[in-house]
Ligand binder design. Structure first.
Ligand code: NAD
Ligand code: UFG
Length: 334
């Protein structure tokens, strides 16, 4: 039985599909602070298989221990946490509480119940300003905002835990920019409030929920002047978790990029989304967003060598799958 923390969220719900399809039993622990339990009903509909859903908080260590014992969990995929860079600047203590203290309590609960296999959702944001590109896994780590520092602190805690007890097996997955949705269109990203991220915002313009996109700067050192990122289809990302899980039978601690290795600019994404949706996306160029970096993308050879995994879906597929979800669920899960 695999414990999936934050399994009702955007990436966790897609990972649950891949886990169920790989024949794993799944128990999700989620407090639904940024998700809707309906996502997990849809996951079960897609897979034609049940999973167990427990409403609860990773910071409640005793309850997590009880859950692990009751369900006989043998490994944990840990997605639960807060993820907005902007909110983390305004409310850093909340971010340290949910992310760092939450992960610490979860690890304690695992230690006390003898569960030593963990996959952790980290982020390319731990690399900070690029000293070279693509980011290889040994690029210096230098998070530049509170959210990124919580991720880096958790990474450090995990590396320390492995040194302290090398019978643990820990996979740290550094996601680049996840977009898209399951090809059924039944589940997808459902941001609360105004989306911070590019593709969810573009999708809401396409569906008519927002008037125009703001393009944050067109004077970057990139081919068309707009920011370049490594967008990865969320189902490729989900598959990466199943590949990583397979490695945990042997004690180890590794950190690996999950990206495609290719960058797309903001305007390239807008054009791909227009083609996928048949909708015009009007936009205004605005000043740069504080803290944004010109361009970054992943080195992908280590993921291939280590796990035999690589992303296969194109930016066109990311946009058309995202659009299928958005257009059949204009208000998300409602
Ligand atoms: P999400 O907000 O959709 O999912 C997170 C889930 O965790 C939600 O269902 C939320 O309700 C739950 N949760 C939060 N705090 C909890 C707590 N204390 N106890 C129990 N459940 C809790 O986010 P996502 O996009 O699916 O991201 C998943 C993970 O991947 C996060 O850790 C995030 O930091 C990381 N990540 C995301 C991105 C991205 O762009 N989406 C990029 C890099 C890393
Ligand atoms: N952008 C716009 N307009 C918008 C939103 C974004 O022009 O309304 C631009 C940004 O300036 C950037 C690009 O689109 O150039 C991508 O921005 P996102 O906000 O979608 O993604 P980021 O790369 O800024 O950050 C994301 C997550 C972080 C994570 C990081 C690395 O939000 O949590 O990827 O994984 F840390």
């Amino acid at each position: 039985m695999i414990l999936v923390t934050g399994g009702a969220g955007y990436i966790g719900s897609h990972a649950c599909i891949e886990l169920l399809n790989a024949g794993e039993d799944v128990v999700v622990l989620d407090n639904f602070c940024n998700s809707n339990p309906a996502s997990l009903d849809r996951v079960q509909e897609i897979c034609g298989k049940p999973l167990v859903v427990v409403e609860g908080d990773i910071r409640e260590q005793a309850a997590v221990e009880k859950l692990i014992i009751e369900h006989g969990c043998t490994a944990v995929l840990h997605f639960a946490g807060l993820k907005s860079v902007q909110d983390s600047v305004a409310r850093p203590l909340e971010y340290y509480d949910y992310n760092v203290i939450g992960s610490h309590r979860l690890l304690r609960a695992m230690e006390n119940t003898g569960v030593k296999k963990l996959i952790f959702s980290s982020s390319a944001t731990v690399y900070g300003k690029p000293q070279f590109l693509p980011y290889t896994e040994d690029h210096p780590l230098n998070a530049i905002n509170p959210y990124g520092r919580t991720k880096l602190t958790i990474e450090d805690m995990l590396r320390d835990q492995y040194v302290g007890d090398p019978t643990w097996s820990i996979g740290i997955l550094r996601y680049f920019n996840p977009v898209g949705a399951h090809e059924s269109g039944l589940i997808g990203e459902d941001p609360r409030g105004v989306p911070n991220n590019l593709v969810p915002f573009v999708a809401q313009v396409a569906i008519g929920r927002r008037d125009r996109l703001n393009v944050w700067g067109n004077d970057y050192d990139t081919p068309d002047g707009t920011g370049v990122r490594d967008y990865i289809h969320v189902m490729d990302l989900a598959a990466g978790h199943v590949s990583a899980l397979k490695l945990l039978d042997t004690p180890r601690c590794f950190a690996v990029n999950l990206g495609t290795g290719a960058g797309s600019s903001v305007l390239e994404v807008v054009r791909a989304f227009e083609a996928a949706s048949g909708k015009h996306i009007p936009y205004d160029v605005k000043p740069r967003r504080p803290g944004d970096i010109d361009a970054y993308y992943a080195a992908t050879d280590y993921a291939l060598r280590l796990m035999g995994w690589k992303a296969t879906r194109t930016i066109e597929m990311m946009c058309s799958d995202h659009w299928r979800w958005q257009s059949s669920n204009p208000n998300g899960y409602g």
